[in-house]
Every structure is written in structure tokens, then in C-alpha cells.
Design a protein around this ligand. Sequence first.
Ligand code: PGA
Length: 249
Amino acid sequence: MRRKLFVGNWKMNGSLVANGVLLKGVRAGAQEARGELAVCVPACYLAQCSQILSMSGIALGAQDVSSHTVGAYTGEVSARMLQDFGCRYVIIGHSERREYHGETDEEVAQKAQRALAAGLTPIICVGETLAEREASLTWDVINRQIKALLSLLEPAEVEGLVVAYEPVWAVGTGKNATPEIAQEVHVAIRALLAQKSAEAGKRVRILYGGSMRPENALDLLQMPDIDGGLIGGASLKADDFLAIAKAVL
Ligand code: PGA
């Protein structure tokens, strides 16, 4: 049985004051969550958030990591640094990074390797754009994105991943994938993972992301292969984030 995981992706939102208020709210209701909670915060707030979350059972994560280990890479943050601040998770290959920062499948795989080597759990985002879905390219895109990972990682490393299916057309648009669409893609992702390691096929949690809200969470989470959510907008309100995490029957 895979334990559900609810990850807040704050993106480039927050301030010292706002983070304190938000995390206090999340902490207050965390006991009732039907799974594990995590927040992925901007890198500059890791120290603050790590302190607020200590002993809370809520995991801390980052939103990106360097594909390099250490050295002359101005502006980059290494996996070891994230680990130093108590991060358990790091989001890698979010569609906003792929689109606005030109991240390739190969870089995503390298970043995953760095994160795993530092003891972090990568949350690998995959998903098709609207144009790709309309051109019936969803499978090709998912296949390409997952295969790039599988070609670099060892079977035991694949077992240590979390994958998030985030159809790009659903991210931040208020238009979520139907539970059936999401379930179909999650099954396909699981089958690809299982080709590399049967254990990974069983164990890896596959989250859904893209306009997940308290109103649609239960329907999505009832699907057998949806193991939680990667939540953007709704994770900025403690009540909404918690309502999603409590939406499991
Ligand atoms: P959203 O973002 O919930 O605001 O659609 C999800 C994400 O980008 O991870």
C-alpha cells in the first residue's frame, strides 16, 4: 500500500511574514491529513521554513536543484545544500522550468541523479502540453520524459523516485484533468517504471498535479494509481491545502 503524499509547490510566492502565517495554519491541521504532507518552498526561505517545521512531521522540499555537484555555477543550489537544510524532497523538471528555462529531459535525469546521491527524494514532473494532447502525442511525450530518466538511473534509484503527472494544460489554469484521464496516464507511467524495476512499478508514488482543489481532490484521489497531489495555487491557503489532504476516504 502506497502512502498518499500531498506536496505544496509554492512556486515564486511567499515572504518571511506570509510563510510564518501559512505554515502555522498547515501545522495546526496537519494531524488530520490522510497521508504525508510536504511543502516545496523558494530556496531563500528553506532556513526559515525548516525551523518552523521542525518536529511537525511536515516534510520540507525545494523546487529545483543543480545538475552539478559543487563549484563555479553562479546562482545554482546543490543537492548537498538542500540536504544541509533538512530537505527531504526536491521538485525536478517542473513544466515551468522546462518551458521558461529550457530544461531538457537529460538535465532532469542528471538532477535526479544528484538529488538521489545526496539522499533527497526527487519529485519528477512529466506531462504534455495542450498542443501535444490535441495532436495525440501524450504517450510519446510521457514515454520520452520517463525513458530519459530510466536510461540514466539504476533500478534501485528509480525505486526512490516520486513522479508527478502534471498535464501542462491543467497547471495554473483552473482546468484539471478528469480522474479518468489522469488514471490512464498514471497507469502508463507505472508500466514504464516497472519495465526498469518491478519493485519501482509497485512502490513509486505517482502524484497528480494541475489545478487540484478541495472540490476535485476526492474524485482524483479515488483513482487507484493517483497517490496524492502536487498542489500549486491551492497550497498557498492552509485551509485549501489541508482540505485536499483530508479528501481521501
Ligand atoms: P496548480 O499548480 O495547482 O496551481 O495548477 C500545480 C503545479 O504547478 O505544481
